[in-house]
Design a protein around this ligand. Sequence first.
Ligand code: NAP
Length: 265
Amino acid sequence: MEIDKKHVLLTGASGGIGQALALALAAKGARLTLIGRRAEPLETLCTGLSGEGHRVLTLDLNDMAARAELAQKLGEQPLDILINCAGSNQLGWLSDQTEYEIEQQLRINLLVPMLLTRQLLNRLNPKQALIVNIGSSFGAIGYPGYTAYCAAKFGLRGFSEALRRELSNTSTKVIYIAPRATDTALNSESVRAMNQILGNRMDSPETVAAVVLRSIARERTETYIGWPERLFVLINKLNSAPVTRAIRGQLEIIRRYAIEARSER
Ligand SMILES: NC(=O)c1ccc[n+]([C@@H]2O[C@H](COP(=O)([O-])OP(=O)(O)OC[C@H]3O[C@@H](n4cnc5c(N)ncnc54)[C@H](OP(=O)(O)O)[C@@H]3O)[C@@H](O)[C@H]2O)c1
């Protein structure tokens, strides 16, 4: 899909990947509705965007009433692209996470994108529209310390596939993009230290944004970012045993950082 002059609703716009995406989309001529909870970074971002007609809507996506008001606030003009980018996670063993933490991760990474998409379906441009769900490589590889986040992102991938098929006789397409570790505030100091020790590479948010723009342009159904993560995803799908063995070798290190991450909170 061409990005020029398209109306894009972007959740998670105040975050690392969201901000990079907003800048890249605006530079290509998109008109953006930016969503997040923190007004200050959203307003600063909005002021610095190229082009005109951008705006900020500050809301907590977990709040049902605020979500319901969103469609009214959007006004008359149809939405061309909906990008579900808001998300959060917490490194920690399942037994150490509270019910609230588990619920929150499932909510913002899975339930909110589903409910928001459902709510905005009738606001999408009937001629051509795109729903972009930002997943994770943890949406295809179950990883210790991220049980709730993995469950949510696996779910988001399933939701994307099912909705894509449900809408396959319409002009709305659904794409799913899975970044690997990315240099944003999502990753705490412990997670960064763990990634360094394990040799996990981190992309810049700008790299992720560039891939998202390419995936939108090509309407690529599923995109996994980074090598060797793409290879692990493929192997894990075909035969998960070698991936399980490799992760078993990392388990003590992950456990150590999961305990450290818990004490940071
Ligand atoms: N960074 C990574 O390593 C990585 C890797 C793979 C996938 N991803 C995915 O990429 C997406 C963006 O992550 P990021 O790295 O940019 O994270 P980030 O910098 O922590 O930003 C998270 C964004 O989500 C928003 N958000 C969270 N809860 C919200 C709520 N209840 N209501 C409204 N907005 C909410 C935040 O808004 P406020 O800050 O204003 O509250 C912020 O804009 C997420 O879906 C994440 O799962 C990230």
